[in-house]
Design a binder for this molecule. Structure first.
Ligand code: F6P
Length: 546
C-alpha cells in the first residue's frame, strides 16, 4: 500500500461508517431531518453548493474532514505555491496559478519571480487582441481578419474551446473563432470550407510543438494558405503559442508572433496562459482578464475558506467518499446550461488525465480506486438519452448538476423550465418511487375507458432512488463565474491527487499509444514490412491496403 492515508484512523473510521450507513436511504434522511438542506449546503464566492442529496450525514463530513487533515492537503498547497517540483516524475513545478495571480507579490520558480514574464505575455495578448479587433492587423492582401482558427489538441484545445462556447453571450461580434483538433482531415477540411484565406488567421497552439495531430493540421493549413496567397503570406496569417520557440521558428512562424508559456504550466491547466489567446480573441481581452480574476478568487477561497465552507475541498471529499467508500466507478457532470455544453469533455481531460493512475508518488501500486470515469452532457438533452440508466440501471452514479440562477440568453419561458427540470431530476434521483407509490398512482389513473394492462406494470415503474448528487448553483455564466468554476474543478482535482497520494501532473499513460502509432505508420504507408505484429493489428492493416 503506497497511500499512507489507508493506514490512518480517519480512513478506518470512514470504512466503518460506510458499512454502518450503507442501508440508509436519502428519502428517509430527508424525511427525518427537515433541516438537512440547511446543514448540508453552503454559499461561497457567490455559488450555492447543495450536497444534501449526497449519501452523507454531518458525521460523514466530520470524518472526511479528519481525512483531509491526515492527508496534509494544506502542506501540499504550500509546496505547490512555493514552486517546489511537485510533478516529481518530470521534475517540474506546478505554477499555473501564477497565470491568474493578481497583485504585486512574487511567484517564485527556481529563485526567480515568474510574474514579470507572465505580465509581458499578457501584454502581448492584449496588444494582439487590440490589433485584430481594431482591424490594424491585416492579412497579406491588406484585408482585416474575420476568422481565427485555433489548431491544437488536448489542453491546447479543450479549455479555450469550452470557454469560447460557454461565453458565447460575451463574444466579440467582428471575429469568429474556430477550433480544429482531430487528426482526421475532416475536421480541418470542413472548417476551411467556410473560410477565405485572405481573412483567416491560424493560431498553432502546442506546448511542445511536436504533437502529431497539431503539426499535421498546421502543415495542411499552411499548404491551403500558401496555395492561395503564396509563401510570403505565412507571416501575416500564422501565429503560434508554445514553450518551444525553436520549433515555432523552424515551422516558419516569426517568433515575434509567438506567444510564450513555460514548462511549469501543464497542458490541461494551460487555458490561463497564452493557450487562452483564441478565447481572448473571441471574447475580448477585458473579458479574458475577468476570467483570470474569477479563477484567482477561487484560488484564494481554496487557500483561506474553512473546510466546512470550502468548495473545492467539499467536492474532493465527496468524490473520495463516493469512489473509495461507496464504490462508485463513474461520475456524471450534468450542466443545465447549453453554454457549458463542453464542460464534461473539458473535465474528462482535467480529471482523468490528472488522476487516472494506479501508481502512487513512490512508484508502487496504490491498492485503491482513483479517478472515476467522468462523463456527461448538458440537460435537458441527456434526459432524453442516458438518464434512463441513471434512474433505473442499478449502478451507483454520483452526479454534479450545475445551473445558473439567471439565463445568459434570456428567451422568455426557457429558463424556468430548464431549472424545473434540473431540480426535478436530482429530486427523482434522491427520492425514487416505491412499488406502493407506483401501485397507488396506477390505481388512481385507471379509468373505465383505459383498461388496466394484462400484466402488472408496476415493477417497471419503480425507481430505486438513493442516487447521490450535488447541485452547484451559479448566479450567471459570465467570464468571472466561469473562471471560478474551472478553478474550482482544478483545485478539486489537485486535492484528490493529494488524497490519493499520486502525481496529478504527469500523463505517462498517453505515451504508449503514440509510440505504437509511430511504429505502425511506415507499415501502413507501405514503407516498412509488417513484421512482429499481433494477428489482429496485422489483419486490420492488411484490410486497409488498396
Ligand atoms: O494528451 C497528452 C498531451 O500531452 C496533453 O497533456 C496535452 O494537453 C496535449 O497532449 C497536447 O500537447 P501539446 O500542447 O504539446 O501539443
Amino acid at each position: 500500500m503506497t497511500n499512507p492515508l489507508l493506514n490512518t484512523a480517519a480512513w478506518s473510521a470512514l470504512g466503518a461508517h460506510a458499512d454502518a450507513t450503507r442501508k440508509l436511504h436519502l428519502r428517509d434522511l430527508f424525511a427525518a431531518d427537515p433541516g438537512r438542506f440547511a446543514s448540508l449546503s453552503f454559499e461561497a464566492e457567490g455559488m450555492l453548493l447543495d450536497y444534501s442529496k449526497q449519501r452523507v450525514t454531518t458525521e460523514t463530513l466530520g470524518l472526511l474532514h479528519d481525512l483531509w487533515r491526515a492527508a496534509d492537503v494544506a502542506g501540499w498547497q504550500s509546496r505547490l505555491a512555493a514552486g517546489e517540483a511537485i510533478n516529481h516524475t518530470e521534475q517540474r513545478a506546478v505554477l499555473h496559478h501564477a497565470l491568474r495571480h493578481r497583485g504585486d507579490s512574487a511567484v517564485m520558480h527556481d529563485g526567480r519571480d515568474v510574474m514579470p514574464d507572465v505580465r509581458r505575455v499578457l501584454d502581448h495578448i492584449k496588444s494582439f487582441c487590440d490589433a485584430i479587433h481594431g482591424r490594424h492587423w491585416r492579412g497579406a492582401t491588406g484585408e482585416p481578419i474575420s476568422d481565427i482558427v485555433n489548431i491544437g489538441i488536448g489542453g491546447s484545445d479543450l479549455g479555450p474551446r469550452m470557454a469560447t462556447q460557454a461565453l458565447a453571450a460575451h463574444r466579440h461580434r467582428d471575429v469568429r473563432v474556430h477550433y480544429v483538433a482531430n487528426l482526421d482531415g475532416a475536421d480541418l477540411a470542413t472548417t476551411l470550407e467556410q473560410l477565405q484565406p485572405r481573412t483567416t488567421l491560424f493560431v498553432v497552439a502546442s506546448k511542445t510543438f511536436t504533437t502529431q495531430e497539431t503539426m499535421q493540421n498546421a502543415a495542411s493549413a499552411r499548404a491551403w494558405l500558401v496555395g492561395a496567397l503564396g509563401e510570403a503570406a505565412v507571416e501575416r496569417h500564422f501565429v503560434a503559442v508554445s514553450t518551444n520557440l525553436k520549433a515555432v521558428a523552424a515551422f516558419g512562424i516569426d517568433t515575434a508572433n509567438a506567444f510564450e508559456f513555460w514548462d511549469w504550466v501543464g497542458g490541461r491547466f494551460s487555458l490561463w496562459s497564452a493557450i487562452g489567446l483564441p478565447l481572448a480573441l473571441a471574447i475580448g481581452f477585458d473579458n479574458f482578464t475577468r476570467l483570470l480574476e474569477g479563477a484567482a478568487a477561487m484560488d484564494r477561497h481554496f487557500r483561506e475558506a474553512p473546510l466546512a465552507e470550502n468548495l473545492p475541498a467539499t467536492l474532493a471529499l465527496l468524490d473520495v467518499w463516493n469512489t473509495n467508500f461507496l464504490g462508485a466507478e463513474t461520475h456524471a457532470v450534468l450542466p443545465y446550461s447549453q453554454s457549458l455544453g463542453l464542460l464534461s469533455r473539458y473535465l474528462q481531460q482535467l480529471e482523468m488525465e490528472s488522476n487516472g493512475k494506479q501508481v502512487g508518488r513512490d512508484g508502487q501500486p496504490l491498492g485503491h480506486a482513483t479517478c472515476p470515469v467522468v462523463w456527461g452532457e448538458p440537460g435537458t438533452n441527456g434526459q432524453h438519452a442516458f438518464y434512463q440508466l441513471i434512474h433505473q440501471g442499478g449502478r451507483l452514479i454520483p452526479c454534479d448538476f450545475i445551473a445558473a440562477r439567471h439565463a445568459d440568453f434570456a428567451l422568455p419561458g426557457h429558463h424556468e423550465k430548464l431549472l424545473s427540470n434540473c431540480f426535478a431530476q436530482s429530486e427523482a434521483l434522491m427520492r425514487g418511487k416505491t412499488l406502493a407509490e407506483v401501485q397507488a398512482e396506477l390505481a388512481a389513473a385507471a379509468t373505465a375507458v383505459a383498461p388496466a394492462p394484462t400484466f402488472p406494470l408496476a415493477p417497471y415503474k419503480v425507481f430505486p432512488g438513493n442516487q447521490p448528487s450535488t447541485t452547484l448553483l451559479l448566479q450567471t455564466i459570465d467570464p468571472h463565474t466561469l473562471g471560478q468554476l474551472i478553478a474550482l474543478y482544478e483545485q478539486k482535482t489537485f486535492a484528490l491527487g493529494v488524497l490519493w497520494n499520486l502525481n496529478s501532473f504527469d500523463q505517462w499513460g498517453v505515451e504508449y499509444g503514440k509510440q505504437l502509432a509511430g511504429r505502425l505508420l511506415p507499415i501502413i504507408e507501405g514503407k516498412a514490412p509488417a513484421t512482429g505484429l499481433d494477428s489482429s493489428t496485422a489483419g486490420l492493416i492488411a484490410a486497409c491496403k488498396p
